[in-house]
Design a protein around this ligand. Structure first.
Ligand code: HPA
Length: 310
């Protein structure tokens, strides 16, 4: 019988491995995927002088943050080529271009979740477009369930790591291209320097910003008590249904990510209670009173003067 070593050598000879490269290029698109640049070009053709420095994704119940944008241009997702339209209450589905504290920003008001039936590529198209506009920082926000009993409803936390319970992420369909995986090992998904700056900024505003490990599930159901307990044992502090694919895509394209989560309901697995979507929306709107000043102060401190170093 031929030994395994011999087989491996033969396979490698037939399918030589490309040396793994660490690159910031886009993952290769399948041949039938829409041109990933179509929406970007469509926006650039209409707003030629607009160069956003920050991209912001507003999650469940946080869409009202877009009201802080000055001189806004609002574009419905349905009017942008290839954009999917969110189907969930609390996600309005529009791109807002404008200024926040003197910084040019592109805001995605509402996101599409995998549980709505979108493919990963479709759900990420709005974010991919905003990343392609050349932003220097991506700020993600979401609503989450608290697992760590230190957290309370209405609290804002910063995600510093995640557990990908979606079991999928953007990657090249070319099986020899390992760039995405290598980046995952070598680079932090959530930028450590920006996390420090965000924590300092929160303290200036009078509140603390704890770090949290976020676990993403497919949803749309909230968790059973057994699941909250299990996710806690896995090391998750909070749980939600988004953000992880977005963070991975931004990391693959080389854009630093800050991700804030509003803890809307803290799970107590020993007391049977049901999580309701309107409860989630109510707590997230309360947390706006912290999240909005935090994001605005980051914009004014680090981005309001063109090309200011940070
Ligand atoms: N689980 C999942 N997603 C959530 C929750 C939750 O408890 N709360 C808000 N988003």
């Amino acid at each position: 019988m031929r030994n395994a070593k011999h087989n491996a050598a033969e396979i490698l000879e037939r399918h030589p491995r490309e040396p793994p490269t660490i690159s910031h290029r886009l993952p290769v698109q399948p041949a039938n995927a829409p041109d990933p640049c179509a929406a970007t070009q469509w926006i650039q053709n209409r707003h030629r002088s607009f160069r956003p420095r920050i991209g912001i994704v507003l999650g469940s119940g946080l869409g009202d943050l877009a009201q802080a944008i000055e001189e806004p241009t609002q574009i419905a997702y349905r009017d942008i080529p290839d954009f999917p339209e969110p189907k969930v209450p609390g996600h309005s589905g529009q791109l807002v271009l404008g200024h926040l504290e003197g910084a040019q920003v592109a805001v995605l008001q509402g996101r599409c979740h995998l549980y709505e039936g979108w493919s990963l590529e479709e759900s990420l198209r709005p974010l991919r477009t905003v990343l392609e506009l050349g932003i220097e920082l991506l700020i993600l926000s979401n609503a989450s369930g608290g697992i760590n009993p230190r957290f309370h409803s209405g609290q804002v936390v910063a995600i510093d790591s995640h557990i990908n319970w979606l079991f999928q992420s953007t990657k090249s369909p070319n099986r020899h291209d390992t760039a995405g995986y290598i980046l995952m090992r070598n680079k932090r998904t959530y930028d450590a320097q920006w996390l420090t700056k965000a924590r300092e900024t929160a303290e200036e505003l009078g509140f603390s910003l704890p770090s949290a490990t976020y676990l993403a599930t497919l949803g749309p159901n909230y968790e059973t008590r057994a699941e909250y307990r299990a996710f806690g044992r896995l090391g998750a502090d909070i749980v939600g249904m988004s953000t992880v694919p977005e963070s991975i895509l931004a990391m693959q394209l080389g854009t630093p990510v800050l991700a804030f989560s509003v803890v809307t309901n803290v799970a107590n697995p020993d007391i049977p209670t049901a999580t309701q979507h309107n409860e989630v929306l109510a707590w997230s709107s309360l947390a706006r009173s912290r999240l909005e000043p935090l994001v605005s102060r980051i914009a004014s401190k680090y981005f309001s003067t063109p090309n200011r170093n940070h």
